[in-house]
Design a protein around this ligand. Structure first.
Ligand code: TXA
Ligand code: MG
Length: 317
């Protein structure tokens, strides 16, 4: 929830994604190295990062977010060499997917190397790894020279943050440094894929779609051990979320308004726009004390499937 006077203890540094202020990047890397928490922009959503080798630092992530300890974190690395470091062995499928999609919004789940702390993997024998496609995240990862465990930088149960202001609203008091590189270009979280077998098994849909991966769309059964995050209710909005058919959102919103309900309409041009704006719309709707958010559906293929999965979860409340 946005506070009227946010408890801002975090240092907020604006970093131009092209000019890449080396002082800000160096400061972020130093905070990670000494066991602190840094909020970092990625192409999907902002992440709350800590040194993945340092169990104490990683525990601070769970405490800051109020995250259940059995929900494992994604390790962010600067390049595919980080996969070799974190994996017990790199399966051929993982090597192939990394070569094709990294840097990018694809997270690979592989067997974890013995050194990977249990607090990172939530006690699983596997570890999730990704190379984010964001110049600021990549610069910090290279400068720190270590894997950075980072969940989305929201308080547990809130929409993922797509701007630095969202991070400050949720975690301003807990995080040591926030790097602000403007809004995220994708806006929904990465695709999580189990890459241990012969074909990619999608555990969480994202911007790299089933079509992109050339596989069916069957999801892992929610609550299964393979996909701990699906056990948790993600985002329970303070207002109702209603899904309208394409091009019927405005009429539905008008009908609800005529009944005296305070309505926010989300009527995107396409799936990419919905992905970019969805979480910010949820946060604005709550700040405006809307009764209901009407989200116009987009076609469910490609990125559309991932973003509609997030909308349906929110609509379930
Ligand atoms: O785009 C993203 O993935 C963002 C940015 C910051 O990289 N991160 C993100 O992290 O969304 P988080 O913690 O909010 O979601 C990570 C998901 C959870 O559903 C978690 O259960 C799953 O990845 N996960 C992590 N490690 C896993 C593992 N070893 N096996 C299966 N699922 C895993
Ligand atoms: Mg999350």
């Amino acid at each position: 929830m946005s506070l009227a006077v946010p408890a801002v203890h975090a240092r907020l540094l604006r970093v131009d994604p092209v000019a890449l202020d080396p002082a800000a990047v160096g400061e972020a890397a130093a905070v990670v190295i000494r066991g602190g928490l840094v909020a970092l922009p990625t192409e999907t959503v902002y992440g709350l990062g800590a040194n993945a080798r340092d169990p104490g630092a990683v525990r601070r992530i769970f405490a800051a977010k109020g995250r259940p300890p059995d929900n494992p974190l994604i390790c962010h690395v600067a390049d595919a060499g980080g996969l070799e470091l974190l994996a017990r062995n790199v399966p051929p499928l993982a090597a192939e997917l990394a070569a094709r999609w990294w840097p990018g919004p694809l997270t690979l789940v592989v067997d974890a190397a013995p050194w990977v702390p249990q607090v990172v993997t939530g006690g699983l024998s596997t570890v999730a790894v990704r190379v984010p496609a964001h110049p600021v995240a990549l610069a910090v990862l290279s400068a720190a020279g270590l894997p950075v465990a980072a969940p989305s930088a929201n308080r547990s149960g809130r929409p993922s943050p797509t701007t630095a202001a969202h991070v400050v609203d949720d975690l301003g008091a807990e995080v040591d440094l926030v790097l602000d590189a403007g809004p995220c270009s994708v806006g929904v979280e990465s695709t999580v894929v189990d890459a241990r077998g012969d074909i990619p098994l999608i555990l969480r849909p994202g911007a790299v779609s089933a079509e992109d991966l050339g596989v069916g769309t069957g999801q892992v059964v929610p609550g299964s051990a393979a996909s701990p995050g699906t056990r948790y209710r993600h985002y329970a909005p303070a207002c109702a979320v209603e899904i309208a058919l394409p091009r019927e959102g405005a009429a539905r919103a008008a009908a609800l308004a005529a009944e005296g309900r305070r309505v926010r309409l989300v009527a995107p041009g396409d799936a990419a726009e919905l992905a970019r704006t969805l979480y910010a719309s949820f946060r604005s709707a709550e700040a405006e004390h809307a009764d209901v958010v009407v989200v116009e559906a987009v076609e469910e293929h490609g990125l559309g499937r991932a973003v509609m999965e997030r909308v349906r979860r929110a609509a379930r409340g």
